[in-house]
Design a protein. Sequence first.
Length: 329
Amino acid sequence: MTDTMDFGRVAVLMGGWSAERDVSLNSGQAVFDALAGQGIDTVAIDLHREDARELGRILREQDVDRVFIALHGRGGEDGQVQALLDLLDVPYTGSGMAASAVGMDKVLCKRIWQSAGLDTPAFAVVDGLAETQAAAARLGWPVIVKPTADGSSVGVSKVDGPDEVAPAWREAAAHGPVMVERFVAGGEYTVTILAGKTLPAIRIEASGEHAFYDYQAKYEAEDTGYRIPCGLAADEERRMAAAAREAFELIGATGWGRVDFIRDPDGRHWLIEVNTVPGMTGHSLVPMAAREVGMDFPALCRSILEQTLAPKTAAHGGADGGESVHGAV
């Protein structure tokens, strides 16, 4: 195990200015507590938009050696802060600038997957309400209307018919460019990637009042169900894990992250999105998957942080293998 002195001083970047600010603050505080509780010299930094251009000064004043990124959404998960840290030559957790930008851009991510022959639902990028209505009718009801960026299902709506398109488009457009995606009925699953390996898949069972695993189901509802083991046959879970690794590596993502799927009634695994800085709150899925293989939250945070000790070409280049962690698929 790495000695705490090897890390130097660690800054946990949290907050940010995206729609996921509150989630990020919760994630960041949990990570800070976990690292500091292990004797690691840790400082929490609540990053605001106006602070970004002063990030170098802030890190120098705090005598920071490396950064644990707990920023979700735009500004923190889309390559912006990664680019700044690259310029400052400060090691950080997770994917590099390019992979972060691709992972945050649902359209580009899906196009890369499609070009590799991976299953992802059909979609259309739309400009305005009329295009949204036309795309929804063409794809067939129901559809998902959502922003092309942002995470945590912010601005995402399931639309069952023409009368629901307008409010769904307004909700999504409030967060930027909009896309329409064919709705795939089936079970929702997620697979965590940690240092190039996979943790056990989790099946997510949102309550009846939630049409899918939306923001409220993720962070507010107390009746959202999580099945781990997920209930899939071993061979099928291995197949899902392999698809998760391939999807993750295709966009150049490294370090840690999460890949979300819908499994349709025919057993086909449809890629929905990748998260390069997943949540680390009490409701979060990555800590849940880690616990299943005997890794508690402090150990998980330390494992993620240890990736910053590797040379940048390794840490932010290709993934390091396709194995499992502690026997996970």
